[in-house]
Design a binder for this molecule. Structure first.
Ligand code: X2X
Length: 341
C-alpha cells in the first residue's frame, strides 16, 4: 500500500521528466513467492525451480520468483495454497489442482479415476485447444493467469501389508490420501480406510505405522525414499494423474508490462515442457528402480485393469457430477478418440 501511494506520488509530480517505464504505473516486488509441495529433488519441485530460473534470466532479474517448497507459505497445508494465493500470501502457483479442491473444485477435472488412462490420452487432452481454453478461463476467473501445464505423474498405491492385485486386496488397509475427498471415496469404495493428511504429516505417519499405505507417483516414492518407511508393496495402476499448473495471481500478472507477461508466458511453457519430459523419463524407469530397492511391484494386466476401473466407476460418476460435468464430458470425448485411433 505504501509503495503504491509512493509510486502514485512519483507519477503525479513527474511532469515531463523522463522516468523509466517501470516506475510509472507498474509495481514490481523485490520477490514473488512461489509455493511448491515438494522441493527440486522431485520432478514437481524441479519444474518450479526451472520456471523461476528461466523468468529471472529472461527478465534480467526484474521478476525474481522465489520458491517455497514444503508448502511452507501455508504451514505445510497444501490444500490452502489456492486460497492463500487469493489472499496475496502466494504470488505464483506451481501445483496440482487436486490439492485446491476445497477452494476451486471445478479445476479438479484431470484426476477422476482413469479419466486419462495413459499418456496418449493425457496428451490428447492437454493438446485439445477447446478443452484447455475452457480450463484456462476457469483458472482466470478463479484468480490466476495460467502460463504452463506440466504433469505431477500417475499415482500408484504402496503399502506395508501385502501385494495389492485386485480391489478387494485394499480391504481394511489404512491409507493416507490428500487433496480432494474424491481420493477418500475411491479408497472407501474398495473397503480401505482413508485418512487425510498433508505431505508433511504423511512420512511420519508411514514411519510410525499409523497408516499402512499411501498413493503417489513412483517418482515421489523414489525421491522421498518411501521404501525406508516400511512400504514393501507397490501396485502400478495409473489411476489418477494431475496436471502441474504454473499460474500467476491476477493482481501480480496485471502489474507486469506486456513485454514481461510475454516472457513469463514463454518461460511457463518451456518450464512445463521440461518438467513433463523429466516426469515421463522417470515413469519409464520407475518399476525397475523401485524393484531394485527390494520392493515388490505389481504391474496389472488388461483384465486386472478392467477390474480396477469397474470398481471405481460409481465414484467416477459421483465426482464427475460434483466437479465439472460439462468439461469432463468434453475431456471424455477427446480421450475416446484416442481409444479408437
Ligand atoms: O502430498 C502428496 O501426496 C503430493 C505431493 O502428491 C500432492 O501434493 C498431491
Amino acid at each position: 500500500m505504501k509503495r503504491r501511494s509512493f509510486l502514485k506520488g512519483v507519477t503525479a509530480t513527474a511532469g515531463t521528466l523522463a522516468f523509466p517505464a517501470i516506475a510509472i504505473g507498474q509495481q514490481y516486488k523485490a520477490e514473488y513467492k512461489m509455493s511448491t509441495v515438494v522441493p527440486p529433488a522431485f520432478a514437481w519441485g524441479k519444474g518450479g525451480e526451472i520456471f523461476a530460473n528461466l523468468v529471472r534470466e529472461r527478465t534480467a532479474g526484474r521478476i525474481n520468483i522465489k520458491q517455497y517448497p514444503g508448502s511452507s507459505l501455508v504451514q505445510g497445508d497444501q490444500t490452502r495454497e489456492f486460497s492463500a494465493m487469493r489472499q496475496g500470501i502466494i504470488d505464483v502457483l506451481c501445483g496440482a489442482p487436486i490439492n485446491w479442491y476445497s477452494t476451486v473444485r471445478e479445476l479438479a477435472v484431470f484426476t477422476l479415476p482413469f479419466i486419462t488412462p495413459d499418456h496418449r490420452a493425457l496428451d490428447a487432452v492437454l493438446g485439445s485447444k477447446p478443452v484447455m481454453d475452457e480450463y484456462f478461463d476457469l483458472v482466470r476467473k478463479a484468480g490466476a493467469e495460467p502460463v504452463g501445464v506440466g504433469e505431477t505423474g500417475y499415482r500408484q498405491i504402496s503399502n506395508s501389508k501385502h501385494p495389492v492385485v485386485k480391489p478387494e486386496d485394499m480391504k481394511g488397509i489404512k491409507i493416507r490420501v490428500v487433496g480432494s475427498p474424491m481420493y477418500g471415496d475411491i479408497m472407501t469404495t474398495m473397503g480401505a480406510n482413508p485418512t487425510f493428511m498433508s505431505w508433511a504429516d504423511a512420512q511420519p505417519a508411514l514411519a510410525s505405522g499409523a497408516v499402512d499405505a499411501q498413493e503417489n507417483p513412483l517418482e515421489v516414492f523414489l525421491a522421498a525414499k518411501i521404501h525406508t518407511l516400511g512400504q514393501k508393496f507397490v501396485t502400478k495402476w495409473n489411476y489418477s494423474n494431475d496436471i502441474l499448473l504454473f499460474a500467476i495471481a491476477n493482481p501480480i500478472w496485471q502489474g507486469w508490462s506486456a513485454q514481461d507477461q510475454k516472457i513469463v508466458r514463454e518461460a511457463g511453457a518451456d518450464a512445463a515442457k521440461e518438467q513433463l519430459a523429466i516426469v515421463r523419463k522417470l515413469f519409464a524407469e520407475d518399476v525397475d528402480r523401485v524393484r531394485a530397492l527390494g520392493v515388490e511391484v505389481h504391474v496389472p494386466g488388461a483384465a486386472e485393469m478392467a477390474a480396477w476401473q469397474a470398481a471405481t466407476r460409481p465414484v467416477y460418476a459421483k465426482w464427475k457430477a460434483q466437479v465439472n460435468p460439462g468439461l469432463i464430458s468434453r475431456i471424455e470425448q477427446v480421450v475416446e478418440k484416442t481409444r479408437k485411433a
